[in-house]
Ligand binder design. Structure first.
Ligand code: ATP
Ligand code: MG
Length: 367
């Protein structure tokens, strides 16, 4: 799989960022500045260019558009390098009604879908506390590795939506349609479950090792799937869906299926949510993410871009240092932000790192 590293970025009218050219190197890029100066906005602009969407909830053009700008239009200009260091220029224009994107000056026919891994300061907390976040995390990361999973998931989701809309109307004469949907749901449930199990099995080999590699501590780290369809055939799943139709009609939605699956992160065999300190939860979550980055390499011999928005919270100085050592040894491109003075000092000590200082949206690049 072809993957890309960002080399240059310039945005006009994007949030508080000035149209300064920001240069990145292919290793560690530290984005430094005090609170509210635009560090996360830089990561967000890259996320929008890569995936056409923000990682912030409910963010689109009206939120992106700089408050004081003269023209209601955002311009993105960027240069990426592929695995062979060939340059690829990606630009985009966005206004209230439309957006258009170009690669090397030519209109982009379909999304570039540049591979990224994004870590935000609250993700560890959300991962440990919210099952919908865990499901989304898994779906997003498996989809990035496997386009068939992505397609199957979207088929499942649209069938489920249709089923729920019929159920909410209640009359039983929709039964034939629901039966037809259930055949599709059973088929995609079976496939999705197999993909999920396969993914977790592949991750297992990397999780414990990555924890040890980063934090020099021996702990087993593993994610398990908590699903009601484990070991079931398509036919079993179909029968189960059918047996619950009456109940589903009463509540007006589908009460059974792989959209209810959950995941448990096990730390030395114990549920990390119940057992671990906040620091250990963060270490486990970071190890899980970097295990994913390592798995990505193992599968495609290329890396995603790793965007890390301030992860210094809950970790002590010793762990920061371990994390920095790991990033220094790694070959992927990483963009890491912090407003924490002490963590900033640690980052500033990294030899050869690119340092990007952000103040009121203006950028100063120091190598
Ligand atoms: N549409 C917009 N136009 C202009 N400024 C905006 C817009 N949206 C957000 N901002 C400003 O951007 C700044 C936030 O930027 P950002 O989240 O990147 O800060 P940060 O450097 O990551 O800070 P922290 O260290 O607190 O996370 C705020 O000052 C906010 O007012
Ligand atoms: Mg921020």
């Amino acid at each position: 799989m072809q993957s890309f590293k960002i080399s240059k970025l310039q945005v006009t009218n994007f949030r508080n960022l000035q149209p300064d050219i920001i240069n990145f190197n292919s290793g560690i890029n530290c984005i430094l500045g005090e609170n509210g100066n635009g560090k996360t906005n830089i990561l967000e602009a890259i996320h929008v260019i890569s995936l056409r969407k923000s990682f912030r909830k409910n963010a689109s053009f009206p939120q992106y558009l700089g408050i004081d700008c003269e023209q209601p239009e955002i311009i993105f200009s960027s240069v990426f390098l592929d695995n062979d260091n060939h340059k690829l220029s990606v630009s985009g224009k966005m206004n209230n009604d439309s957006s258009s994107w170009f690669v090397d000056g030519q209109p982009m026919k379909r999304k570039l879908d540049l591979k990224t891994v994004f870590i935000n300061p609250f993700d560890s907390y959300a991962f440990h506390n919210t099952s919908s976040f865990r499901r989304q995390w898994m779906d997003q990361h498996i989809s990035q590795l496997n386009p068939v999973y992505k397609k199957t998931l979207s088929r499942y989701t649209s069938s489920l939506r249709f089923r729920n809309s019929l159920l909410s109307k209640k009359p039983p004469h929709f039964r034939n349609q629901i039966n037809a949907i259930d055949i599709e749901l059973a088929k995609s449930s079976f496939a999705l479950t197999n993909f999920r199990i396969q993914f977790l099995k592949e991750m297992e080999g990397f999780c414990t090792n990555t924890f040890k590699e980063i934090f020099s501590e021996e702990h087993t780290l593993k994610v398990t799937l908590d699903t009601r369809v484990m070991g079931m055939s398509e036919e079993d799943i179909f029968n189960m869906l059918q047996s619950r139709i009456q109940k589903d009609e009463i509540v007006g939605h589908t009460t059974y299926g792989v959209h209810k699956d959950d995941y448990v992160l096990l730390f030395d065999g114990l549920n990390s949510f119940e057992y671990c300190s906040l620091g250990q939860q963060k270490m486990s979550y970071l190890s899980l993410l970097f295990a994913y980055v390592e798995l990505f390499w193992y599968k495609f011999t290329s890396f995603p871009m790793v965007l890390i928005d301030d992860v210094s919270g809950e970790l002590d100085r010793h762990r920061w240092q371990r994390l920095i050592d790991y990033l220094e040894k790694s070959s992927f491109q990483v963009l890491i932000t912090t407003a924490n003075e002490k963590f900033k000092e640690e980052l500033e000590r990294i030899e050869g790192a690119n340092k990007i200082y952000v103040q009121s949206g203006s950028i100063t690049n120091l190598n």
